[in-house]
Every structure is written in C-alpha cells, then in structure tokens.
Design a protein around this ligand. Structure first.
Ligand code: PMT
Length: 396
C-alpha cells in the first residue's frame, strides 16, 4: 500500500446508503498514508454527517461551489489540481449520469470536469437501477473517457433485494486504487512495432526502414516493470522479449485488425510502428511484368490505427503515439497529438544515422498535454525505460 503514501486523494461522496462506509474508507486511506479531502453532494449529507468526515480526514468537508470562505482558502480549481486522484464512493446512478453528461452545476461534478487526475468511481445503487440501459450507457461512456469503474458487487442490498449494485468494501476500493497508482505493475499494454509491408504483387512490396527495435525495447521494459504486454509486430527480424505475447502481421490492414481485436482490457496503447500511410490500390496476383514505358502506381490510404484506437469506445486509458520527423519536430509532433486525440507523443528525428530507424540508439522528445520532456540520445532500451517513467509520472 506504500504507493498511496503521500498521495492526495479527493473523496467525493454522493447520496446513497453506502455513504456510511466512507468513514471506514477515509480511515483506511489515511492509514495507507494518503492525505484525504472530502467533498459531499447535498444528497450525501442526508446519509452521513460532514462532522464525522471532517474529524476523520482532518480537513473541513466541502459541499458547495458557492462557499466563499472555502473558496478563499482553496478554490475549486486549486482543489481539482491538488488531487492526485479522485474517488467517488458511493457513485449514485444520478452521479454517473451527471458525470457522463459533463455537468458542472455542483462542486463534485465541477471537480470531476476540471481535474487532470484519474477519476475512480465506485457505483452503488439498486440492482434494477444498475442494470438499466441508461445507467449502463453512462458507465460505457465514462469508461471510454478514462474514468475507472470499481464494482459494484453482488449481494444483499439495503432495499431488501439481492443482486448487483453493492458498493465494494473500503479495503477492496483501497486495493483497487493502489493497483492503479504509481506503478506499471499489473497493467496491460498493447504496443505496435516495426514496419508494414504493402504488397504490389507476389514478389514486391512497399515497406520502410523500421527495424522494430524501439517497440521491442518498450515491450521488454514494460514487462520488466511488471506489465502484461501484447506486441503487434510488423515483419521484423527480432527475437520476442521474454514474457511478451507477440502477434505477427504484415500489412497496415492486418495490424489494424490485430490491434482492434486486442483492445479489451488494455490500459495503455503505444504505437511505435512505422505504418505505411498508403498501399497499392490493386494487388496483382501474378508478378507484374517489365515494360519499356514508365509505370504509374495508384496508391490508396491505409487505416490510421492510432486514430482508430483513440476514437474507439474501448479506448485504453492512455493512448501514446510516436512521430517520426525530418524537420519541425515539435510542431509536427504536437499537431499529430492533437489531430489523433493522444495523451502523449514521443517524437524522434529520422533520416540521420545513429538514431531513429534501425539504430540501437534513439533520442526522444515526449509531449504530454501539459509538458515537454527530452530523453537525450541513449540506447533504445534506456530510452524505453525513460519514456515509461515519464508516462507513469505525467499521465493522469
Ligand atoms: O523500428 P525502429 O528501427 O527501432 O525505429 C523506430 C521508429 C523510428 C520507427 C519509431 O521510433 C517511430 O518513430 N515510430 C513512428 C513511425 C511513424 O510512422 O511515425 P508517423 O509520424 O508517420 O506516424 C505517427 C503515429 O501514427 C505513429 O505512432 C504511427 O505508429 C501511427 N500511425 C501512422 C499511420 C497509420 N496508418 N497508422 C498509425 O497508427
């Protein structure tokens, strides 16, 4: 539980009978070394008193956006920035709907909208409300936007019914938070690596100089940090790093299909592959004969795998791209990050010897939505470690 030590946890409590468990939740979080501040909705105040939570957290409890004294001490935007993570427990059906709708007309929904920290939700409600299509659609939308959902559990409910809708116990929630904070351990990464080959005929193809070394190095580094890794590799001559699940593909279309089929349960997607942007519009089944005249090839676009992952309803929590540039590195990389809706992008200069394509070495400039971080020229394996460290520290 050491990973929660010193972490700033903002506990949001919404209206539900499970709110009584929050006293134990605050105690457990503090025992794990976290600093806890509590925000309650008006409905939550009907189930548990702010006095109890103030005493247990050691900080005044906030419930209103319009509390001038509290705002003067720490404005809601500062509070949103203060949080290393937000946990909403219990998260009522109404709270899920409001978060899914992007509402900002009370303190808790505003904080969830204004924070860059991960938001964890512990739903609790009557089993029929949980099963309702509206609730399930809200949960799917929230998951797609990176909210982390823990539970609910099945069992006897306060309303006398039995079914799914019970909030997880405080210790289960604390374990779930610890698993998500500060470590690559137990996380599942999907990584693409290498070139793609786009066939012209049975003997010729359009390819590029990617060796796959950068992607394989990230896969190896992630396994060493305790992650589960699926590596979708284009045609490369590399040995699979130990512990990595490798799927071999040849073309951009095959890489696209393998990635899409593997998205379930993925925490972080890292696209290092040099995917062909174009492929021949027609592929000849027989070897194309040689003529005296010039030949004009008609090319069509391949699917953009990275953009497709980023826009997918099963979008992983973090989607990270690479940018291979020969000029204007910062500008072009940030443009790709924006256009493809990425959480981060690692840019490298290609076309020079000693880094980029084929080399065992690389230098990266990593952009997140809030910062720029340089990884000076080093081995690809060390660059991979440094990249994973930056992503761990800087991505919510
Ligand atoms: O394999 P190595 O020899 O070790 O070389 C490493 C590398 C130079 C290939 C690697 O560090 C790198 O820069 N990879 C990205 C190469 C690239 O295609 O960059 P791009 O700027 O064209 O594409 C931007 C991003 O979109 C990339 O993450 C790429 O994987 C992705 N993309 C591009 C086109 C497409 N159809 N689908 C994609 O997913």
């Amino acid at each position: 539980m050491a990973v929660l030590n010193g972490k700033h946890v903002l506990l949001g409590i919404t209206g539900g009978i499970a709110a009584y468990k929050c006293a134990e939740l605050v105690r457990g979080l503090r025992r794990a070394g976290a600093e806890v501040r509590v925000v309650m909705t008006a409905a939550a105040e009907r189930f548990v008193t702010s006095t109890t939570l103030q005493a247990l957290s050691g900080h005044p409890v906030r419930s209103s956006l319009w509390d001038e004294a509290a705002e003067a001490a720490m404005s809601h935007i500062e509070l949103a920035r203060w949080a290393d993570l937000i946990l909403v427990a219990p998260a009522s059906a109404d709270a899920l709907a409001r978060f899914a709708g992007g509402h900002a007309n009370d303190l808790l929904s505003t904080l969830c909208l204004a924070t860059e920290a991960p938001v964890h939700l512990a739903p609790a409600m009557n089993r029929v409300m949980w099963a309702n299509a509206a609730t399930q659609a809200n949960v799917a939308a929230l998951r797609g936007r990176g909210f982390r959902i823990h539970g609910p559990d099945s069992g006897e409910q306060a309303c006398g019914e039995t079914g799914q809708g019970r909030m997880l116990e405080p210790e289960q929630l604390i374990d779930a938070l610890a698993d998500n904070v500060g470590s690559w351990h137990g996380r599942h990464l999907l990584i693409t690596a290498g070139p793609t080959y786009e066939d012209l005929d049975p003997v010729r193809f359009i390819g590029n100089r990617s060796s796959g070394k950068m992607g394989f190095a990230i896969a190896e580094a992630a396994v060493a940090k305790g992650s589960k890794v699926t590596l979708v590799a284009g045609p490369v001559m590399l040995t699979t790093p130990s512990g990595v699940h490798r799927i071999d593909v040849r073309s951009a279309a095959q890489m696209h299909d393998a990635v899409m089929a593997g998205l379930a349960g993925i925490d972080t997607f890292i696209a290092t592959a040099a995917v062909a942007d174009y492929r021949p519009k027609t592929v000849s089944t027989a070897k194309i004969k040689k003529f005296d005249a010039d030949v004009v090839l008609v090319l069509e676009r391949t699917p953009d795998i990275l953009a497709a992952v980023s826009g997918n309803p099963m979008r992983p929590r973090h989607v990270v791209g690479f940018a291979a540039e020969t000029e204007n590195l910062d500008e072009y990389a940030q443009e790709k990050m924006r256009n493809k809706g990425l959480d981060a992008i690692a840019a490298n200069v290609v076309g020079l010897s000693g880094s980029g394509f084929e080399s065992n070495h690389n230098a990266l400039t990593v952009f997140t939505r809030s910062g720029r971080y340089a990884i000076p020229l080093t081995t690809k394996r060390q660059a991979a470690d440094a990249l994973l460290d930056i992503l761990l520290e800087k991505l919510p």
